[in-house]
Design a protein around this ligand. Structure first.
Ligand SMILES: CC(=O)N[C@H]1[C@@H](OP(=O)(O)OP(=O)(O)OC[C@H]2O[C@@H](n3ccc(=O)[nH]c3=O)[C@H](O)[C@@H]2O)O[C@H](CO)[C@@H](O)[C@@H]1O[C@H](C)C(=O)N[C@@H](C)C(=O)N[C@H](CCC(=O)O)C(=O)O
Ligand SMILES: Nc1ncnc2c1ncn2[C@@H]1O[C@H](COP(=O)(O)OP(=O)(O)OP(=O)(O)O)[C@@H](O)[C@H]1O
Ligand SMILES: N[C@H](CCC[C@H](N)C(=O)O)C(=O)O
Length: 502
C-alpha cells in the first residue's frame, strides 16, 4: 500500500492533527509516493517517510540529512529542517507519528477487530491466550507484544512491549495484507503516555492489574493508573467494551468509571460476569471451574498451567474473546489447549530429578506469584536465581529481594540487563531485602555462573527458578549487549554435567 504525499495531506486535513507543511520550490506533492514510515534514521530508505523525534539521548532532527541521503522522500518533524525534501511539521512527533503513519498505510487498524491488553503483569500471557481462543474460533489474528510481533505470516522478536507509532502501524498494515481479521496487542503504560498507539481505536481492551512498576517514569501509582486509564478514555471506540479484573483495586475503580462499557472477571466475586475457581492443582496444571455468560451452569476444564494468576489470565482472555462474540463454551474449551507462553513458567525436567523453571517475573508481584505457583508443586528445596534491570525503579530492588528470600529456600542474586548501571550496585540494592530473612544466599554477578551454581546445588525433587528474563536473548550493558538466553545456559550446564532434559 502506498499513498501520494498530496493524498496524505488531504487526508490529514480531515483529521484532528494540526500541521504545517514545507514544500521545496518546484516540488509537486502528487509526484511523491510514500510506502511507509520509520523513526530511526538507520532504518531509512527510498519511499519511506522519516519521522524525527526528540528523545532523552538524542534529537533525531539531527539525523534528517542521513535519512534523506538513505532515500527518505519526506520528513515528519517538529521544526523546519535544512533537507530539501517536503516536510510535515507537527508539535509532537512521538505522539503524532502513529496517526500520520496510519494514514500512509490506509488505516490498517480500521480493517481488523482491535484488541489491547494493559496492566502491570499478565499482558503477554493474556494476549497469547486471547489470540489462541480467536484462532480456534477461526479468526486469523496478529499479535504484538513483549515476546514477539507476529504479522500473521512471520514472527519477529519484539524490541518493545509496544512499538513506536511508525513501526506499529507498519506491523498492523502487514497483518491486514496477510489476511488477519483481528489483532491482539499489549499496550504498555509508556506507549499510552507517549502516544505510540495514536491512530488506533480499540474494540476490546483488557485490564489485568496494577502493581508498582515503572515508577521511575510515572512517579507514583496515581499517575501510573492515569496512564492506563487513558487507554480506555482516549483510545477505546464509543461502542468498545473493556474486560476488567475486579479483584484488583484499580480494576474496580475502572469498572465503576466505565459502567456498562465494561465486563468484569474475578476469582473472588461470583457475581462478576466471568468467574473461576481452582478445584485442584498438580504438576500437570490446574483443574478449574468457570462461570461465563451464556453457559448453563459452570464448566469444568483442565488448564495446562500453574499458578492462580494464570487462571486470571485465562479469564482475561475469555472475557475479551466472549465480549467480541466468541461463544463461551467454545472459548473455554480452547483454553484446555492453551499454548506455552515463551519464558512464562517454562518447565524443564532434568534426568537427575531436578526441575528448572524459567520465568519472566521481574517485579515483586510477578515473582511472588511465580514462586507461589511453583511452591505449590515443589516437594524439595526451591532455588531462586534472579537479578533486576538497570535504569528501572530502584525502590523495588530490596522489595523483590525480600520476596525471593521469603519464598525461596536458597537465593542467588545476579545480573539481569544492567543497561547504563553498574551491575554490582544493582545487586547491592537488592541485598538488604534478601537479608530480611534467614534464607541462605549468594551474590554472583555473572548470570551464567549464578545459574550453574544453583543447578549444581539442586538435587532430586528440588526446583530451580531462574527469574527476570524469560526468553530475552541479549544481556544489555551500557554501550553493548551480549547474547544470553537463560534456557541455553541451563542446556549448556546439562552438557557440561552429562545431564539430559527429559
Ligand atoms: C523511556 C523510553 O520510552 N525511551 C524510548 C525512547 O528513547 P529516547 O527518547 O531516549 O530515544 P533517543 O535514543 O534519544 O533517540 C531519539 C530518536 O532518535 C532516533 N535515532 C537515534 C539514533 C540514530 O542514529 N538515529 C535515529 O534516528 C531514535 O530512533 C529515536 O526515535 O525512544 C527509543 C526509540 O524508540 C526507545 O528505544 C526508548 O525505549 C527504551 C529503550 C526503553 O527501554 N523503553 C522502555 C522503558 C519501554 O518503553 N518499556 C515499555 C514496556 C514496559 C512494560 O510493559 O513493562 C515498552 O513499551 O516496551
Ligand atoms: N495476572 C497476573 N498477575 C500477577 N502476576 C502475573 C500475572 N500474569 C503473569 N504474572 C507474572 O508476571 C510475569 C510476566 O508475565 P507476562 O509476561 O504475562 O506479563 P506482562 O504484563 O506481559 O509483563 P511485561 O510487560 O513486563 O512484559 C510472569 O512471569 C509471572 O511471574
Ligand atoms: N518491559 C520490562 C521488561 C523488564 C525485563 C527485565 N529483564 C529487565 O531488563 O529489566 C521493562 O523494560 O522494564
Amino acid at each position: 500500500m502506498a499513498i501520494l504525499l498530496s493524498g496524505l495531506l488531504s487526508e490529514l486535513a480531515k483529521n484532528s492533527i494540526k500541521y504545517e507543511t514545507f514544500l521545496p520550490d518546484g516540488c509537486d506533492p502528487a509526484s511523491i509516493e510514500l510506502g511507509g514510515m520509520v523513526c530511526d534514521s538507520r532504518k531509512a530508505g527510498p519511499g519511506v517517510m522519516f519521522a524525527a523525534t526528540k528523545g532523552d539521548h538524542s534529537d533525531a532532527h539531527e539525523f534528517t540529512a542521513q535519512a534523506v541521503s538513505a532515500g527518505a522522500p519526506a520528513l515528519l518533524c517538529e521544526r523546519r529542517c535544512a533537507a530539501a525534501v517536503p516536510q510535515i511539521i507537527i508539535r509532537d512527533v512521538r505522539s503524532g507519528m502513529g496517526e500520520v503513519a496510519s494514514v500512509i498505510h490506509g488505516y490498517p487498524s480500521k480493517k481488523m477487530t482491535m484488541f489491547a491488553v494493559t496492566g502491570t503483569n499478565g499482558k503477554t500471557t493474556s494476549a497469547f491466550l486471547t489470540r489462541a481462543i480467536l484462532a480456534s474460533a477461526g479468526v486469523k489474528t496478529g499479535l504484538a507484544g513483549t515476546v514477539i510481533n507476529d504479522d500473521g505470516e512471520k514472527k519477529e522478536e519484539a524490541e518493545h512491549t509496544t512499538s513506536e507509532g511508525a513501526d506499529l502501524q507498519g506491523l498492523l498494515a502487514r497483518m491486514v495484507e496477510n489476511g488477519c481479521g483481528a489483532c491482539v496487542m499489549e499496550a504498555s503504560s509508556h506507549s499510552i503516555a507517549q502516544g505510540r498507539i495514536s491512530g488506533i481505536s480499540f474494540d476490546r481492551i483488557g485490564f489485568t492489574n496494577l502493581t508498582p512498576e515503572h515508577l521511575e517514569y510515572h512517579t507514583d501509582m496515581e499517575n501510573y493508573f492515569s496512564a492506563k486509564r487513558a487507554l480506555f478514555g482516549k483510545y477505546m471506540k464509543d461502542d468498545g467494551i473493556a474486560a476488567i479484573n475486579i479483584d484488583d483495586e484499580y480494576g474496580m475503580r475502572l469498572r465503576r468509571e466505565l459502567g456498562k462499557r465494561a465486563v468484569s472477571y474475578s476469582m473472588r466475586m461470583e457475581e462478576a460476569d466471568f468467574f473461576a475457581r481452582v478445584l485442584s492443582v498438580s504438576e500437570e496444571g490446574l483443574a478449574i471451574e468457570v462461570k461465563a455468560p451464556g453457559l448453563s451452569g459452570n464448566k469444568g476444564i483442565k488448564l495446562p498451567a500453574l499458578g492462580g494468576y494464570n487462571v486470571m489470565n485465562a479469564l482475561q482472555a475469555l472475557s475479551l474473546a466472549c465480549a467480541a462474540g466468541v461463544p463461551a463454551a467454545a472459548a473455554i474449551e480452547s483454553l484446555e489447549a492453551m499454548p506455552q507462553v515463551p519464558g512464562r513458567l517454562e518447565r524443564y525436567r532434568l534426568d537427575n530429578g531436578v526441575t528448572c523453571v524459567i520465568d519472566f517475573a521481574h517485579t515483586s508481584d510477578g515473582l511472588e506469584k511465580a514462586l507461589g505457583a511453583v511452591r505449590q508443586v515443589c516437594g524439595g528445596r526451591l532455588y531462586v536465581v534472579f537479578g533486576l534491570g538497570g535504569e528501572r525503579d530502584i525502590s523495588r530492588r530490596p522489595i523483590v529481594g525480600e520476596t525471593a528470600s521469603r519464598l525461596g529456600d536458597y537465593v542467588v542474586v545476579t545480573s539481569d540487563n544492567p543497561r547504563g548501571e553498574d551491575p554490582e550496585a544493582i545487586i547491592a540494592g537488592i541485598e538488604p531485602g534478601v537479608k530480611r530473612h534467614a534464607t541462605p544466599y549468594k551474590l554472583i554477578t555473572d548470570r551464567r555462573e549464578a545459574i550453574c551454581l544453583a543447578l549444581d546445588m539442586a538435587s532430586a525433587g528440588d526446583i530451580v527458578v531462574i527469574a527476570g528474563r524469560g526468553p530475552e536473548t541479549r544481556q544489555v550493558f551500557k554501550d553493548f549487549s551480549i547474547p544470553l538466553v537463560d534456557r541455553e545456559i541451563m542446556e549448556d550446564w546439562c552438557r557440561m554435567r552429562g545431564r539430559r532434559v527429559l
